[in-house]
Write a protein that binds this ligand. Structure first.
Ligand SMILES: [Zn+2]
Length: 168
């Protein structure tokens, strides 16, 4: 499925909103280097279990086919294509720090781990360089539902979660 660049750009999350988006509860996003064409997709999910309170699990799409495709071809997950995203657990976030997990099949030296480590530190510091574009994958950052309303596509939050977001 090819989307126009203009469509893709509606999914851009600005630098000042990236951290909130990432830690909203169930976020899926793609970071794209507009200079090199490299891209990585991640999912960051808050644990619902008491024993993992305050912990976010980080998964990365390891499907190399997705990496080779241009941005317009592969960024959004819809029902038809979502199975081609192969999410693998790589580490977790605790107290605003990212830690590689020894339980992950992906090593600490893997590019996936290094990219997320870099990404998280820079998102927290509000220092993502301009050439690194941060796109949401058309799912609500908080609950993970597919976004359909135009305003939701701009914000990255569905209508219900947007209300909760404004309350807090
Ligand atoms: Zn939602």
């Amino acid at each position: 499925m090819t989307t126009t660049r203009q469509e893709v750009e509606k999914h851009l999350i600005s630098r000042d909103k990236q951290k909130e988006f990432m830690l909203a509860g169930n976020s899926r996003f793609t970071i794209y280097n507009s200079k090199s064409g490299n891209k990585f997709s991640f999912r960051v999910k808050k644990s619902k279990k008491d024993k993992f309170k305050g912990i976010f699990f980080v998964e990365v799409d390891t499907n190399l086919e997705n990496r080779k495709r241009i941005l317009e071809e592969k960024i959004f997950e819809d029902n038809k294509i979502k199975h081609s995203f192969q999410y693998n657990y790589v580490g977790y976030i605790k107290n605003e720090r990212y830690i590689h997990s020894g339980k992950s099949k992906l090593s600490e030296d893997s590019e996936y781990n290094k990219v997320f480590d870099w990404l998280f530190r820079n998102v927290c510091a509000n220092m993502i360089p301009d050439e690194m574009e941060f796109f949401h994958n058309n799912h609500c950052a908080r609950c993970g539902k597919t976004l359909r309303v135009p305003e939701s596509i701009v914000s990255g939050f569905g209508p219900e979660c947007e209300k909760i977001r404004n309350r807090s």
